[in-house]
Design a protein around this ligand. Sequence first.
Ligand code: AMP
Length: 288
Amino acid sequence: MKEWKSKMKIIRTIAEMQAWSDEKRRSGATIGVIPTMGFLHEGHLSLIDTARKSGADTIVVTIFVNPTQFGPNEDFDKYPRDFERDAKLCEEKQVDAVFAPSAAEMYPADSSTWVIEEKLSRGLCAKTRPTHFRGVTTVVSKLFLATLPHLAVFGQKDGQQARIIKRMVRDLNFPIRIVISPIIREPDGLARSSRNKYLSEQEHRNALSLSRGLNLLKAEIEAGATDLKKLLADLRKSIEASEGIVDYIEAVDAETLEPIERIGGKMMFPVAAYFGKTRLIDNILVEK
Ligand code: AMP
């Protein structure tokens, strides 16, 4: 293996990011971008591997806690941040550039343009977070136009978000391939998330009801269960028995996110629930 000497660039401005990517593109590079809000964990790092496997030879990780995707009573101020550690992890993963702009760099004070997807952004998480996805689609568009990638990787962990980004890219003709990468979990099954840091030990244990319940649901479908209502009700019961407050549990088409009435095709079962004050999301894909 050839020795890798770090040349990782940390870029703070849009102009410098565009110039860097432009030069890489001219020299024939295939750029893969991984948009994140930092406080990186194995889930984020797996997206780097997926980008490489998908053909990217030049990796840009963006780290930006995007204020416009947080509601007024959400955790923007206390969202965990540790740039030094993130930069070190990126360096170890041989990332080529980290784009970490300030909020002022990303949003001019009189910024007045939004990118809004109007269909997939209506249900599921949007019910409790009504302005969340316009923040996501706007910032991801801006990050794409700053980093000029050939492909971008998003996690199945945020299943709704990934479908919305795919739809946006298709609808607006972004010349970018979107790749969705599987959910990475802790050894005990909890989906990795920067927000897991908020959980007490007891809440963490209780939150295992999410992955446990979803795995059971999948196993039951694979074993021939057909009563969708009962499967969803059982999942709810098991989460509530572990002191989770369910925000939503749904059965949807894995691409269109339309609710499904009966089992069949490519399905996604997304869940959101509170454990203590922390809202966690998880989902499972099932094909029948
Ligand atoms: P975030 O920093 O939470 O905005 O996440 C940045 C990206 O990492 C998104 O595409 C997420 O879906 C993805 N991601 C976060 N957690 C996981 C995980 N446990 N497994 C896979 N991808 C993840």
